[in-house]
Design a protein around this ligand. Sequence first.
Ligand code: ATR
Length: 281
Amino acid sequence: MAEPVAFVTGWPIAHSRSPSIHRHWLETYGLKGRYERVPVEPDAFESFIQTLGANGYCGGNVTLPHKETAYREVAELTPEAERIGAVNTVWLEQGKLFGTNTDAYGFLANLDDRLPGWDKGEIREKGALVVGAGGAARAIVYGLQSRGFSSIRIANRTVERAAVLADHFGEPCCAVPLEALGDDDYGAGLVVNTSSVGMKGDRLSLDLHRFAESTIVTDIVYTPLETPLLADAAARGLRTVDGLGMLLHQAVPGFELWFSKRPRVSQALRALILDELEEAR
Ligand code: ATR
C-alpha cells in the first residue's frame, strides 16, 4: 500500500508550523508517510479539496482563509465542526471527505496538560471571560461550553460581533463591550485572550488587580510566548498558560486520523517549535 500523504493548505502558508510538528512525529515514531505544505489560492481551493484522493492525499490541515470553504465542501462534518462553523482538519474514508475542527480540542487539552483539574469546582462555577469574537473565539466558546462552564462572557471591541457569537452558542453565553467591563466580568475564574492583541507588544485594557488570586489567565497568541497579558498576570500572582500548547495539541487528532498513531505532545516537540519561532522572529 502507498504511504499516507497529508498536507497543510492556506494562502499564504509559508509561516505554518504544522509541517515541523507532523514531520517530528513521523520521525519519532518511525512511521512511513509524508506531510506537505501546499499553497492554494482561494479561487483554486474548491477544486483542490474535491480532488484530494486523486492527487494521492489521505487528508490534511486547512488554515486561513479556507476554513469556512472547507466547512461547506466536505461531505460529512463532526458535531464540533458543525457547531464551530469552520473546518481545520479533513480526511478521506472510503472515498468520502470528512471534516472536523480540532481547535477546541487543542485549547482544552493544553489546559488539561498544564493545569490538571482547571475546569473543575470554583473556576467552572465562576465562569469564563473570553476576549475576542473571531474564528478562534468560536472554537474556545464551544470548548468551554462542552466543559459545563456556568457563564461565558464574550468581551469584544466590536460588541456586535460578540453578540452574534453569544446568540449562536446560547446559554450560558453573553456579550459585553471590552472597554466597559463590570464586576460580573471581573468575577470570572478563567480569562482567555483569543484576540490578536499582544502580538505586537500591545496590551488589553484589563485591570488584572480586579480578578481574584485564583484566576487562571491564558492567551492563544504564542508569538511572543509570554504576551504582555501573561507577563502582567504572572506579576500579579495569577496562574498563566501560554498559547503554544494549543497549537501543538490541535495537531494530535489529525495525525492520528492520517497516520493511525496517536502522538504525544512532548517537551522535545515544544522545544523544537519554540526554536523555530525564535529563528523566524
Ligand atoms: P481570528 O479568526 O484569528 O480569531 P479575527 O476574526 O480577525 O481573527 O478576530 C480578531 C479579534 O481580535 C477580534 O475579536 C478583534 O476585535 P473586533 O471584532 O472588534 O475587530 C480583536 N482585535 C484585534 N485588534 C484589536 C485591538 N487593537 N483591540 C481590541 N481587540 C482587537
